[in-house]
Structure formats: structure tokens, C-alpha cells
Design a protein around this ligand. Structure first.
Ligand code: ZN
Ligand code: ZN
Length: 274
């Protein structure tokens, strides 16, 4: 099996004109998170408009479009906008994060559930926790959003066809967005439908990388990841939110430890949709 983290650059110092495998890694990262045009993201995550015009780089060459895409990334994350793969940029790219791309409007995706009574169900649980612990974590995560909107959430059996299907899966799990082993990408989720169209099966679903070691303990033991925090973030996508550039927001893409509350940015965002 190839290294699941081939999309994460590890060497600082690359700049315009450089070539090689490390440039390809950088381009893979920028494509995976939407800074370079990637048709997979349109199909998979249902983000209709990526870039106009398209931003396509010459594979393996740190060209002008790679520079432009990197500058957009640095700007979104409040890094010095050098257009070079400097130490600060490599460090952030190596940090654990959500697999949802950074494109798409934070609170104006055009995606929403047409009803406020939503159901969720489990296709798999995590081996790291008891099923009841997983259920409690999800209830706590959903309750953050339910507290500030008219939304209600009810757990149902898979046979009842839940709106939001929760999965714990490792590696390739059939949706085109393979997980990558411990750390790196922790989870991803899919937008709700564009009203009035009926949801497709994957819309609203939330997938968690079973290669992580999930916990509900606070503080999390070394090497573990807080499931309540990551689930609350993913359900933000399941409800129609994109990523926030606000560092203290739950919908900020990078995981920095337990964050079991909504920032005013998250509250304003979800209230803009529901
Ligand atoms: Zn996310
Ligand atoms: Zn998935």
C-alpha cells in the first residue's frame, strides 16, 4: 500500500521554478483542499463552482499557478503570503485536519436540509470506544448545533434510512476520498442537498478515520483525538457549513485539541442557513 500521506509536503524551501516529487506533493495538497482545480472535489463534495478560470498546475513544476494557489492557502490561514513553501507553511500542512476542502462559502453554500427534524444512524462504530460512548459523543456534538437552531436530531436504525449516516472506516472506503492512516486527515463529511432536490445517499454523511485513536476523555490521552470535537465540526458540514478562516471557530479546518463549543462565527454561520 502506498504511503497514505503522499499528499503532504514535508520539505521546506521549495519556490517558483523548483521541480520534482516534493513539488508534486505540494500540488497534491493544494488540489485535495481545493486551491488547485480538482474535478474530484466537485463530484465528491458537490461543490459546484471551484475556480473561474480553472487553476491548473504543470505536475511536478512549481509554476505560476502553483504559486498563486499556495498564496491563496497562506492568505486563508493568515500565514505570511510568500508564495513559497516556507517552514510555517510546511508546519501547518503537516497538522491534523478535516478532509473537507477549504473552498465553498462558509455560510452560503446553498446547501440545507429542507426539514428541521433530522435523523442519524451508524453504519459502523469505532473499536476505540464502546458503542454507547460513540453514541453519547455524537449526541453531544449534534446538540451544539441543535441549541442555536430549530434543528432536532433523532437516532434511527440504518434500515430506516437516516439522513446523516455515520461511519468509522480506514483507508479506501468507497467514496473516492481514502483516509490516510493516523493523523493527517481525521474525518470528512458531505453537504446536504441543494433544495428542492432530494438528497443523494451520501449527502449529509460523516466519515471518521478509524486509523485515529478516538477518545471522549478530556484532556485526551497522548496520541488520541477528541471525537466530540471532530464530530461537531463534521456535522457543521453535514448541515451546510464550509470551513471558517477564524482560528477560534469550530469550523476552522485544523484540529487543535478539544473544542466542544461554538464560536460566535459558527453560530452566525449556521443561523444564516437555518
Ligand atoms: Zn471540515
Ligand atoms: Zn469518506
Amino acid at each position: 500500500m502506498p504511503n497514505g500521506k503522499d499528499y503532504i509536503p514535508t520539505v521546506a524551501g521549495l519556490a517558483h521554478g523548483d521541480q520534482g516529487d516534493e513539488v508534486e506533493k505540494l500540488q497534491a495538497y493544494l488540489s485535495k483542499f481545493g486551491y488547485l482545480t480538482s474535478p474530484d472535489l466537485i463530484e465528491g463534495f458537490g461543490i459546484d463552482t471551484l475556480h473561474e478560470p480553472e487553476i491548473v498546475a504543470e505536475p511536478g513544476t512549481f509554476d505560476e499557478n502553483t504559486t498563486e494557489a499556495l498564496k491563496k492557502y497562506q492568505s486563508f490561514y493568515h500565514l505570511p503570503v510568500t508564495g513559497e513553501l516556507d517552514e510555517a507553511t510546511v508546519a501547518l500542512m503537516g497538522a491534523p485536519r478535516c478532509g473537507f476542502p477549504d473552498i465553498g462559502e462558509f455560510n452560503n453554500s446553498g446547501r440545507r436540509w429542507p426539514n428541521t427534524n433530522l435523523t442519524y444512524g451508524f453504519q459502523e462504530f469505532s473499536a476505540d470506544l464502546t458503542n454507547n460512548q460513540v453514541i453519547q459523543a455524537m449526541e453531544q456534538a449534534l446538540s451544539l448545533w441543535g441549541a442555536v437552531t430549530p434543528l432536532c436530531f433523532r437516532r434511527v436504525a440504518m434500515s430506516a434510512g437516516p439522513d446523516i449516516i455515520i461511519r468509522f472506516v480506514a483507508g479506501d472506503h468507497g467514496d473516492g476520498f481514502a483516509f490516510d492512516g493516523p493523523s493527517g486527515t481525521l474525518a470528512h463529511a458531505f453537504y446536504p442537498p441543494v433544495p428542492p432536490s432530494a438528497p443523494t445517499p451520501i449527502q449529509g454523511d460523516a466519515h471518521f478515520d478509524e486509523a485515529e485513536t478516538w477518545t471522549i476523555a478530556v484532556p485526551p490521552p497522548a496520541g488520541t483525538t477528541d471525537l466530540v470535537t471532530v464530530a461537531a465540526h463534521e456535522f457543521g458540514h453535514s448541515l451546510g457549513l464550509g470551513h471558517s478562516a477564524v482560528t477560534g471557530a469550530l469550523m476552522y479546518a485544523y484540529y487543535g485539541g478539544p473544542h466542544r463549543f461554538l464560536h460566535s462565527d459558527d453560530i452566525n454561520g449556521i443561523r444564516n442557513i437555518y
